[in-house]
Design a protein around this ligand. Structure first.
Ligand code: KG4
Ligand code: ZN
Length: 365
């Protein structure tokens, strides 16, 4: 018989400092006893992006506060833990190092086992934490820094079917919002504008649909939006509210169409393996977009596949996913020692060829 496991998880790979306690009785659903996230948006907002040095310093300052808060909220003491899981990459190396050093310190002081977790595995395993999804399932990660299709077979066994060759979709939303003078993050701002817009007024491209693979490209959509904007400004001297809404609606529809079409291809590969309960799980901030969600739900319905998306707070960066991935890895026998290395790059599927882009913001997954 297995045992009940209680893990502390730490996350500091981009601009969120997070700690969480997750408990899982063997064979039963995992429970999140606490999940503390300190975002750094305000610290970076003046610079138009995450500044690695500022992020690393803020993580170092906040990690122990997060750990204390997570333990207190969960009413768990360090001696009640079975192990400590920490994001060991990929990400901004200063931040990853802050978390890894904090976890090593705790492990050395308590004697608790240390488990290094791939941040992307944390996202990819979240549907098991939130919905108990069975292996193998198809995962679409769509965030500000990442976009990829993965078949998740086991806690350490992922097959990457494809991903973006340039911008991540969230990055394209953010850059496009900037081009239209909308607030950041751009995704929610564009979604709101698009509600009043006509998605058919402007012709946006549908990049890479002529290629049979599961790779995607979003930077051309942003360029198309820039050209359309400049043309309107040259012709009319500016944009009307309706122009802006129509541009947003057209852009969003193009992203949704491309994601749906490539999901269809990824599903075909996955379904050929005849999984028991075919499931598509999406995670990442872009999964919050209603139009994109609807498009993906339609593809799933047409293919007899269950659609699932973790609640938003667990789709975006958090430490509960790291603690949970730690539980899965611990049960699979992984324990690291004090020479655990912090890695800026760490592909989930070591066998798949490295992509040129895979999200230029890179670090944020
Ligand atoms: O997963 P996340 O919180 O952070 C990253 O790991 O990147 O995703 C943030 C990204 C941002 O680019 C944001 O613009 C996008 O997700 N996003 C959205 C929406 N909400 C957030 N994109 C489209 N529609 C939304 N409603
Ligand atoms: Zn992430």
């Amino acid at each position: 018989m297995g045992q009940t496991l209680t893990l502390l998880g730490l996350e500091s790979s981009c601009d969120d400092t997070a700690a969480a306690i997750v408990r899982q009785p063997d064979g039963a659903a995992a429970q999140i006893l606490s999940s503390v996230v300190y975002g750094q948006t305000a610290l970076h907002s003046a610079y138009g992006g995450v500044v690695p040095e500022i992020a690393a310093r803020a993580h170092a300052e906040k990690l122990d506060i997060c750990v204390r808060e997570a333990l207190e909220t969960a009413q768990v003491a360090l001696r009640d833990l079975d192990a400590i899981a920490v994001t060991a990459g990929p990400g901004l190396i200063g931040g990853v190092l802050s978390g890894v050093m904090c976890a090593k310190g705790l492990s050395a002081a308590t004697g608790l086992p240390l488990i290094g977790v791939n941040h992307l595995a944390g996202h990819a395993l979240t549907p098991r934490l939130t919905d108990g999804v069975a292996f193998p399932y198809l995962m679409l990660l769509v965030s500000g820094g990442h976009c990829q299709f993965l078949i998740v077979r086991r806690a350490r066994d992922f097959t990457r079917l494809g991903g973006t060759i340039d911008d991540a979709p969230g990055e394209a939303f953010d850059k496009s919002a900037r081009l239209l003078g909308l607030s950041q993050p751009g995704g929610p701002a564009i979604e709101v504008e698009a509600r009043a817009g006509d998605p058919t007024r402007f012709a946006f491209p549908r990049p890479l649909l002529d290629r049979a693979d599961c790779n995607l490209s979003f930077s051309g959509l942003k360029t198309a939006l820039l050209r359309l904007r400049d043309k309107l400004v040259a012709e009319q001297g500016g944009l009307t509210r309706q122009d802006r809404a129509d541009l947003c609606a057209g852009f969003q529809q193009a992203v949704a169409d491309v994601l749906a079409a490539k999901t269809q291809r990824a599903l075909a590969i996955y379904l050929a393996e005849t999984p028991g309960t075919p499931t598509l799980a999406v995670a990442g901030g872009v999964a919050a977009n209603r139009a994109i969600r609807n498009a993906l739900e339609t593809v799933c319905a047409e293919n007899g596949t269950r659609f699932t998306a973790p609640p938003l707070a667990l789709c975006t960066d958090n430490a509960a996913m790291i603690a949970y991935a730690g539980i899965e890895l611990f049960r699979a026998g992984q324990v690291d020692d004090l020479d655990l290395v912090a890695r800026p790059r760490w592909p989930l599927d070591q066998s798949s060829p490295a992509m040129l882009g895979s999200g230029k913001k890179g670090a944020k997954a």
